[in-house]
Design a protein around this ligand. Structure first.
Ligand code: HEC
Ligand code: HEC
Length: 343
C-alpha cells in the first residue's frame, strides 16, 4: 500500500489518514484558517481599542478601599483617615472639633458627596490627574494642598491646616488615591460640577423662593439654617446661608456651580444626573434665591489678578467687559459669552 508522508484528518471517520487523495482537505483548512486570521489582524489594526482596552473617560468609577489592596501600611492608614476627615470634617475640625476648631461645622462631604466619590456629585476623580495646575483665580500654579486650603477658607469659611499636619496629609493622600487610576491630564466624565444650560433670561430669586419652599425647606430649614445632629457637633442637613454657611469666595457662590450641583444631586437621594428632580430653570432660580441670602463675606481683593479671566458668572467686579455685576451674578449669561467669544 502506498504511504504518504502527510498525515491527513479524515472528516468522515474522524481519524488521521495517510491517503494522499485527501490532501485537498488540508489545503482547504489551511486556506480558511489563513483567511480568518488575516481578517482578524486587519480588524485589530483598524480598531486596536477593541482588543487592547484603555480606560475610557466615561467609564470611570471610584476605587473602593475594600477591593484595592495595592496601598498598604502607613499609606493605607493615611488614606482611611483622609476619607474619615472628608466625610466627618466637623467632628475633627468643626467648632467643637477634637483636633482643631477652625471650620464652620460643615463636612467636605456635604458638597463632595460620598466622600468625593459620587459621579456628578462634585467628586475628586480629576484631581490627581490635573494637579498641580495653573488656576486663574489665584494666577498661580496650585497644588492639591493649595486647593484643599481654598475650600477650608471659603466653603468651610475657616482657616487652612499646616501642610505638615497629619490631617492635611491624610486628606491629600485620600483625594489623590480617589483619582489614582485616571490618566494624567484627562478629566473623567462626571467629575466636578456640570452647569445646566444657560437660560435666555436672568435667574430669578423670586421664582427660586417658590422652588425652595416646595423642595428644599423641609431639610435645609425656613432660614437656610440646616439642622444639627443630636450631638450638636455636625449637621444632618447642612446650612445653605447665614453665619455657618460657605462664604462669598466659595465655589457654590457662583450661580453655575450651585445650579449644577443642585440639579444633579438635590433633593438629596431623590435626584441624579440621569433623572434630576429640578428643571434647568428651577435649578438656576433656586441658586439665585439661595445666593441672594446673607452669608459670610470673604476678602477677594487678591483673586483674579487678570480680570479678563474671571468666569462669566463671577459675581464681583471689576470686569474686563461692559456687563454689570448684577448680570454677571444672575445672568442672562449668553450675551456675556457671545461678547467674549464673538458667537
Ligand atoms: C460648600 C461646599 C463645599 C465644601 C463644604 C467643600 N468644598 Fe471643595 N469644592 C466645592 C466646589 C463648588 C468646588 C469647585 C467645583 C468645580 O468648579 O467644578 C470644589 C473644589 C474642590 C477641589 C478641586 C476639585 C477639582 O476637580 O479641581 C478639591 C480638591 C476640594 N474641593 C476639596 C475639598 C475639601 C478637602 C473640603 C473639606 C476640607 C472641601 N472641598 C469642602 C465645594 C465645597
Ligand atoms: C431630603 C432632605 C434634603 C432636601 C429636600 C434637600 N437637600 Fe440639600 N442636602 C441634604 C443633605 C443631607 C446634604 C448633605 C449631603 C451629605 O453630607 O452627604 C445636602 C447638601 C446640600 C448642599 C451642599 C451643602 C451646603 O449646605 O451648602 C446644597 C447646596 C443643597 N443641599 C441644596 C439643596 C437645594 C437647593 C434643595 C432643594 C432643591 C435641597 N438641597 C433639598 C438634604 C436635602
Amino acid at each position: 500500500m502506498h504511504r504518504s508522508n502527510w498525515i491527513i484528518f479524515n472528516f468522515q471517520t474522524g481519524l488521521f489518514m495517510n491517503n494522499p487523495r485527501q490532501n485537498w482537505i488540508i489545503y482547504s483548512i489551511v486556506t480558511v484558517v489563513i483567511l480568518v486570521m488575516s481578517t482578524e489582524i486587519i480588524a485589530f489594526i483598524n480598531a486596536p481599542n477593541k482588543t487592547t482596552p484603555v480606560l475610557k473617560k466615561e467609564e470611570w468609577t471610584a476605587p473602593s478601599l475594600f477591593t484595592d489592596r495595592t496601598i498598604q501600611g502607613e499609606e493605607r492608614a493615611l488614606v482611611i483617615y483622609g476619607e474619615e476627615l472628608i466625610a466627618n470634617t466637623a467632628k475633627y475640625l468643626g467648632p467643637n472639633g477634637s483636633v482643631a476648631q477652625i471650620t464652620n461645622g460643615m463636612n467636605c462631604q456635604n458638597c463632595h458627596l460620598n466622600a468625593g466619590r459620587k459621579k456628578w456629585g462634585n467628586n475628586y476623580g480629576a484631581v490627581s490627574a490635573n494637579y498641580p495646575k495653573f488656576r486663574d483665580r489665584s494666577g498661580s500654579m496650585e497644588s492639591v494642598f493649595k486647593r484643599v486650603s481654598d475650600c477650608m477658607e471659603r466653603s468651610l469659611n475657616g482657616s487652612a491646616l499646616d501642610s505638615n499636619a497629619r490631617e492635611m496629609k491624610a486628606m491629600i493622600a485620600y483625594i489623590k488615591w480617589v483619582g489614582h487610576a485616571v490618566p494624567k491630564d484627562s478629566t473623567p466624565k462626571g467629575s466636578g460640577i456640570k452647569p445646566p444650560e444657560y437660560l435666555e433670561r436672568a435667574a430669578s430669586p423670586e421664582k427660586g423662593l417658590v422652588v425652595y419652599a416646595a423642595k428644599c425647606q423641609s431639610c435645609h430649614g425656613a432660614n437656610g439654617e440646616g439642622q444639627m445632629a443630636a450631638d450638636a457637633k455636625s449637621y444632618i442637613y447642612p446650612p445653605l446661608w447665614g453665619d455657618h454657611s460657605y462664604n462669598t469666595g466659595a465655589g457654590l457662590f457662583r450661580l453655575s456651580r450651585f445650579a449644577g450641583y443642585v440639579r444633579d444631586n438635590m433633593p438629596f437621594n431623590q435626584a441624579s444626573h440621569e433623572s434630576p428632580a429640578l428643571s434647568d430653570e428651577e435649578s438656576w432660580d433656586v441658586a439665585a434665591f439661595v445666593n441672594s441670602r446673607p452669608r459670610p463675606a470673604k476678602d477677594l481683593s487678591k483673586d483674579w489678578p487678570n480680570i479678563s479671566k474671571k468666569p462669566v458668572d463671577h459675581p464681583f467686579g471689576p470686569y474686563a467687559d461692559g456687563f454689570t455685576e448684577q448680570q454677571h451674578k444672575f445672568g442672562p449669561f449668553k450675551p456675556i459669552v457671545a461678547a467674549r467669544t464673538g458667537k
